[in-house]
Design a protein around this ligand. Structure first.
Ligand code: DGJ
Length: 738
């Protein structure tokens, strides 16, 4: 891995064994983009990749005789011959928005710096990454722009961010500050986005890139159920296993924009960053503004190759803390078991049954605090409701631990119900616009986390509970989008900062809790998957993937989520039937077979199951304990898409390739069907594998080339022996003979 600066050609070449990224200082001293892709040889001068043409209708830079419109750039500005949407925009005292940031200096160093107050990938040792810091200057404004690029030694990924510093006398307003902008030389790509809604998050949507702008974004104050801050460009011929793919992921949890603009010469400008809509950041003299980080990954091994880059990087160098490398406890959460209808005795009974079946962590969800008997009151009052829990959280957590379980707790620290002690005492602590009626979502308002005193107060309340009780896990929920975004603590010309300041406040609270309670496992949640983003993984190594716990829907949701996020980060639970979101009955086996591929748990009262079902649960938990190391930390492959087929499949392979677990899911049953095979991936071609309990063995190459025979009972007559049903599934465990 290296970063080279060629003095004469004024080019930077960032490379490792698999990728190259090449930047050129242009004749006008702005930055040009020459190449991003598979590793190529280094040479003194890649200048031939910079093409100029005297096109009709072109405006040219007077001193240089060329147009920025026709140059591929690194961090473009609008207004001086480039007409595409820019990476930055700065409103100045005189009303101008023009900027001219030109190369001033650079630094190349080993390792990777952190971003103050923001989540970011990291290097544990200096040899793991090299960083290029390019400083550009706008002399008229006396402003500095610092672009950071880190290339990781072992990963086909580059992490980027930008920092603006105002050294001038007058304040300026940053109205657009992307984390990443890259101009690609053509537009021969399919664009993939991960979109949906509550309970159907991250559905895979693919379309051909076309001239014009295609974008996904959020203006909800969180990354959202609707769109994910992660997009993919793939060559039309690329698929899950081969072909050129690029992924762009924003390490941020607030409003975002992910966009590709294809110009009329088919150049594709990809951008990722804070949504410029509803964003203005005032920079006083001497102040700076740091953008969030964005990560771009490259693969020639198709979509799986790209996903595996994000899986490794985010699992090992974004997630932090003691839980990063630990298998996750099998948990039982009481939400779908009781909703708000519980008392201590009921909870202890549920926990006892869970312990009997092998569960390791009991999680108490919503309803334990203040006057919280429904979702219309209590949020903000983070002390136990003693009518329900006479011994408080301390008493309950001790009882749960006495059963031999760890204890976990749900919180929603960013919110307040108008019907709460907190709101009655501090009505000005909610985000609301003066003179406007604040909208409510789930009967709640959003606390003004841009204010330190609000965050401090909430920290004090929750830290007290955590200090005096035996809490090993926190589920951190967030159940509404932000409206009427306005902080009474900031002046008029800083209101455009509040969305971002809010999420910085959330990050700061997380940071403080992690620092002071390092053994706690955090699971983020936002009405299920409305904040499943890379930013959150820095604080909480797992996230409740969706409120939809139906096994069939979950196949799609987990499949879509796996494009950008590791398996271990996906909270996945077995719930009751009929399913509470869509009333579907699915076999208990299938519910387990889907939930295994994540941070596994249960979302039901096991006492309500029949004895034979309890036996299945016991087997499931034993299975998960035996294979979770492989499932949660192995290499994950998507094999067949539920968005395209009635049969979906995925698998994980251990690092030593000696163990693999395949999940195979047939949504609707079929009759007298074809013989079936599934070509596996990632095995050692020369190893001999046994499959499940069956006799015999297969070489890895057989399983990968001719395929695992998966023909099921529906190929025969149902009356004889085994039969399939709708929503049928199977797990195949492959073990190599040593
Ligand atoms: C939304 C979450 O996604 C659910 O799992 C549950 O925790 C509820 N909130 C509780 O209010």
């Amino acid at each position: 891995m290296s970063i080279i600066f060629h003095q004469v050609s004024r080019e930077f070449h960032l490379y490792n064994d698999s990728i190259s990224y090449i930047i050129k200082i242009l004749p006008n001293d702005q930055l040009g983009q020459l190449y991003f892709g598979k590793r190529i040889h280094d040479r003194e001068d890649f200048g031939y990749l910079l093409e100029f043409a005297n096109r009709p209708m072109t405006s040219v830079l007077q001193d240089y005789g060329f147009s920025m419109e026709h140059v591929r750039q690194e961090y473009p500005a609008y207004g001086t011959t480039d007409f595409r949407l820019p990476a930055l925009e700065i409103l100045q005292e005189n009303g101008s928005r023009l900027t001219n940031f030109t190369y001033e200096s650079h630094r190349i160093f080993a390792g990777k710096p952190g971003l103050k107050g923001l989540p970011a990938t990291y290097a544990e040792r200096e040899e793991e990454a090299d960083t290029l810091e390019i400083t550009l200057k706008d002399r008229l404004l006396n402003m500095t722009l610092v672009l950071l690029y880190t290339i990781f030694a072992g990963e086909s990924a580059v992490a980027r961010s930008a920092r603006f510093e105002n050294h001038g006398e007058a304040p300026v307003y940053v109205t657009r500050a992307m984390s990443l902008s890259v101009d690609l030389p053509d537009c021969d790509y399919d664009w993939i986005q991960f979109s949906g809604a509550w309970s159907r998050e991250r559905q895979v949507k693919t379309r051909r890139l076309e001239q014009g702008i295609q974008a996904v974004s959020s203006a909800r104050g969180h990354s959202s159920h609707n769109h994910n801050p992660f997009i993919v460009l793939k060559r039309p011929g690329a698929d899950e296993f081969q072909g050129e793919v690029m992924g762009f992921s924003l390490v941020y949890s607030g409003n975002f924009l992910a966009q590709a603009e294809v110009d009329t010469y088919n150049v594709t400008r990809v951008m990722l960053g804070i949504n410029p809509f509803a964003f203005t950041w005032k920079l006083e003299s001497g102040e700076d503004f740091q953008t969030p980080e964005a990560v771009m990954a490259y693969s020639q091994e198709g979509l799986n190759g790209m996903s595996q880059v994000f899986h490794r990087l985010y699992r090992t160098r974004l997630a932090r803390g003691v839980w990063r490398d630990r298998v996750r406890p099998v948990l039982l959460n009481n939400w779908e078991a009781t909703y708000f209808d519980f008392n201590e005795e009921k909870l202890v009974n549920i926990a006892r049954a869970a312990k009997e079946d092998g569960v390791e962590l009991f999680v108490l969800d919503d309803g334990w605090f203040g006057e919280r008997s429904s979702d219309s009151s209590g949020l903000g009052d983070w002390y136990a409701n003693l009518d329900r829990l006479p011994g408080g959280i301390r008493g309950l957590s001790e009882k749960v631990e006495a059963l031999g379980l760890k204890f976990g707790l749900w919180v929603e620290l960013e919110m307040v119900n108008p019907d709460s002690e907190l709101y009655r005492e501090h009505p000005d602590w909610a985000l609301e616009t003066p003179g406007r009626t604040p909208s409510q979502g789930r009967n709640q308002l959003v606390l003004d986390f841009s204010r330190k005193e609000v965050v401090d107060h909430i920290y004090g309340m929750i830290a007290r509970i955590l200090s005096e009780s035996r809490v090993s896990y926190i589920k951190w929920d967030m159940n509404r989008s932000i409206t009427e975004c306005y902080s009474k603590a900031f002046p008029a010309d800083r209101q455009g900062e509040i969305f971002h300041r809010y999420i910085l406040g959330v990050y700061s609270l997380y940071e403080r809790l992690i620092e002071n309670f390092p053994e706690i496992l955090f699971e983020s949640c936002a009405s299920g998957g409305a904040r499943f983003d890379a930013g959150m993984l820095f604080y909480a190594p797992q996230c409740w993937t969706s409120d939809d716990s139906d096994a069939v829907e979950r196949i799609k949701i987990q499949y879509g989520t796996s494009f950008g996020y590791p398996v271990v980060s996906m909270g996945a639970h077995v719930s009751a039937v009929p399913n509470h979101q869509l009333c579907r009955y699915t076999p208990l086996e299938t519910r387990g077979n889907v939930a295994y591929f994540g941070a596994f748990g249960y979302e039901l009262d096991l006492q309500k199951l029949q004895e034979d079902e309890r036996a299945v649960v016991r087997q499931q938990i034993a299975f998960m304990k035996e294979y979770r190391e492989v499932i949660q930390f192995g290499t994950f492959y998507r094999l067949r898409s539920p968005f395209e087929h009635n049969i979906a499949a995925w698998m994980v392979v251990s690092d030593d390739k000696k163990t693999a677990v395949v999940g195979y899911y047939k949504i609707l049953n079929d009759v007298n069907c074809e013989f079936r095979r599934l070509r596996l991936k990632g095995l050692d071609p020369d190893m001999r594998y046994g499959v499940g309990d069956s006799d015999g063995w297969f070489y890895g190459d057989e399983l990968m080339e001719s395929g695992l025979v998966t023909t099921d009972a529906s190929a025969g007559q149902p009356a004889f022996g085994e039969f399939c049903t709708d929503f049928w599934s199977r797990i195949y465990v492959l073990k190599a003979f040593c």
